[in-house]
Design a protein around this ligand. Sequence first.
Ligand code: HEM
Length: 135
Amino acid sequence: MDSSTIQLVQHSWQKVAAIGPQAAALFYSNLFDTDPTLKPLFKGDLQAQGKKLIDMIGVAVNKLTELDVLVPVLQNLGKRHAGYGVQDAHYDTVGAALLKTLGQGLGQDFTAEVKEAWVNVYGVMAEVMKTAAKH
Ligand code: HEM
């Protein structure tokens, strides 16, 4: 993960985090449009869950330069996700819903470069979580 990828992701996230609750609502709407069968996995209040999701992405985005801190956090998150019934394939669906949400939130600022940076960062996060879920 190079420094320009990190910068693009950190900078673009500021704009999305500023509309956190709306971004979270958009994200779940995108996610359940793509795969309604994921709905029953979410048992709690979606608004509260959306805040946790946005906060966690914010933590991850801010810690991209401190992977020694971030990786164990993501490993624990990945293990908890196995307990929520999350399977490997779901990470692709969630990744696509997240990218769509970023596009909606960022508008013209969602350039090809920004998109590629997010594909890269989400891919690393998902990989760490999936691997940890198996151990
Ligand atoms: C980078 C990827 C992801 C991040 C940052 C993330 C973040 C979070 C966070 C912070 C929580 C709150 C609970 C906790 O901390 O353990 C959570 C819960 C949850 N996540 Fe994720 N998640 C990710 C991927 C996924 C995927 C791929 C799915 C599959 C559908 C998923 C489904 C869920 C479910 C079902 C819950 C529990 C909700 C409930 O109990 O109502 N997440 N997630």
